[in-house]
Design a protein around this ligand. Structure first.
Ligand code: P1T
Length: 386
């Protein structure tokens, strides 16, 4: 089904059908893995629409159409990782341009901006985006992009996407939202005014911890054309097998997200009451400082929880070593539950003084609540916390 024809359909129907129809020659119901690097031409320049697989591949086309439809966007482009997506999108800028970026972003995004792209004379300001007036003050004539991540990784701060994207638009600044933590199911940044949405598809969108990938989605034809040019010119594309796997994962996104959330609420409530836990960060808890905003701009609260254990590294390390069902590993968004230590693992590339300011301390633990039985997850955390 062409993604443009799926507009009025429900999310689950789009997840299963958008961009996908039986293969015309054989009737194969699943889009085949077109494991080919090139496509035959009848005469020079006369081809089926596919010529070389970096430029386009039918498995990737189907996957891109499906993601565009899920995010309520016109166009989507897929890349080899979340960071390859970010890097390619940043190639639309030029030397001297300024980017305002949320301070509490995924450590790898910070590293790409601070350690790699800054060498090409792109200027970055990392700041708390909670106050749109402060953001407005930080905008200068060279500001070309506002990079929003909400909820943030790992402290789950929520930024007002509608207010920030409106401000960006009024100043001709391109707004980008990293929607990885919510997935297309719980948050629709394009509907809230964003110019571009990106995902690390590695997480909830694929959902099975077996693919690294990324995607960007936009409604803007000019941005799409630039990014499409760069997808081919830079070449950080996903393999056909990975496109197939992500499409398979997407078919259950709505079912998985509901279960991630149900389990996360139960786990967050358990942690909030535990005497050895100092504080729980989960947007679905009324104690979360931006709970009302989360309720307004998201249709759910997702499956990510961060919490502070009482004590320091010794106490945190004990929990991380004792879990049996949770796996101690980086990443998130898979059907299995993961646990990690942001300061040592995912956010080690953030300088210690920034980590301190952001609350990424040695007693902070982040969990990605999977879709196992919630009672088993709670029992596991209970025995590990002791
Ligand atoms: O790993 P990759 O697919 O390149 O995606 C990078 C990325 C981008 N944005 C967010 C919000 C992310 O969380 C990530 C990757 N994050 C982890 C690996 C992690 O454990 O937090």
């Amino acid at each position: 089904m062409k993604s443009k024809d799926t507009g009025k359909l429900g999310f689950g129907t789009k997840a299963i059908h958008a961009g996908q129809s039986p293969e015309p020659r054989t009737g194969a119901v699943m889009v085949p893995i077109f494991q080919t690097s090139t496509f035959a031409q009848e005469s020079p320049g006369k081809h089926t629409g596919y010529e070389y697989a970096r430029t386009d591949n039918p498995t990737r086309t189907a996957y891109q159409e499906c993601v565009a439809s899920l995010e309520n966007g016109k166009y989507a482009l897929a890349f080899a990782s979340g960071l390859a997506t970010t890097d390619t999108l940043l190639h639309t800028l030029k030397s001297g341009d300024h980017v305002i970026c949320a301070d509490d972003v995924y450590g790898g995004t910070f590293r790409l901006f601070d350690k790699v792209l800054s060498r090409f004379n792109l200027e970055f300001t990392f700041m708390d985006l909670s106050d749109p007036h402060a953001v407005e003050k930080a905008i200068k004539p060279s500001t070309k992009m506002l990079w929003i991540e909400s909820p943030t990784n790992p402290t789950l701060k929520i930024f007002d996407i509608a207010a920030l994207t409106k401000l960006a638009r009024s100043k001709s600044v391109l707004s980008v939202v990293d929607n990885t933590f919510m997935s297309s199911y719980f948050q629709k940044p394009l509907d809230l005014g964003a110019d571009v949405v990106i995902h690390s598809i590695t997480k909830y969108m694929n959902g099975h911890s077996d693919v690294v990938g990324g995607v960007l989605i936009t409604n803007d034809t000019a941005i799409y054309e630039q990014a499409k040019f760069l997808q081919n010119a830079v070449g950080a594309i996903p393999a056909p097998m990975d496109c197939f796997l992500v499409m398979r994962g997407l078919k259950t996104l709505h079912v998985r997200m509901k279960q991630h959330q149900e389990n996360a609420i139960a786990v967050a409530q358990f942690l909030s009451k535990h005497p050895k836990i100092e504080k729980v960060l989960y947007p679905g808890l009324e104690s979360h400082p931006q709970h009302a905003l989360a309720k307004k701009q998201m249709s759910g609260y997702g499956g990510m929880i961060s919490f502070y254990v009482k004590g320091g590294l010794v106490e945190a390390r004990a929990v991380l070593e004792k879990v049996r069902i949770f796996t101690l590993a980086e990443s998130l968004g898979g059907v299995e539950s993961l646990i990690e230590h942001p300061a040592i693992m995912t956010h080690a590339s953030v300088p210690p003084e920034n980590r301190k300011k952001l609350g990424i301390s040695d007693n902070l633990i982040r969990i990605s609540v999977g879709i196992e039985d919630a009672s088993d997850l709670i029992a596991d955390l209970n025995q590990a916390i002791g």
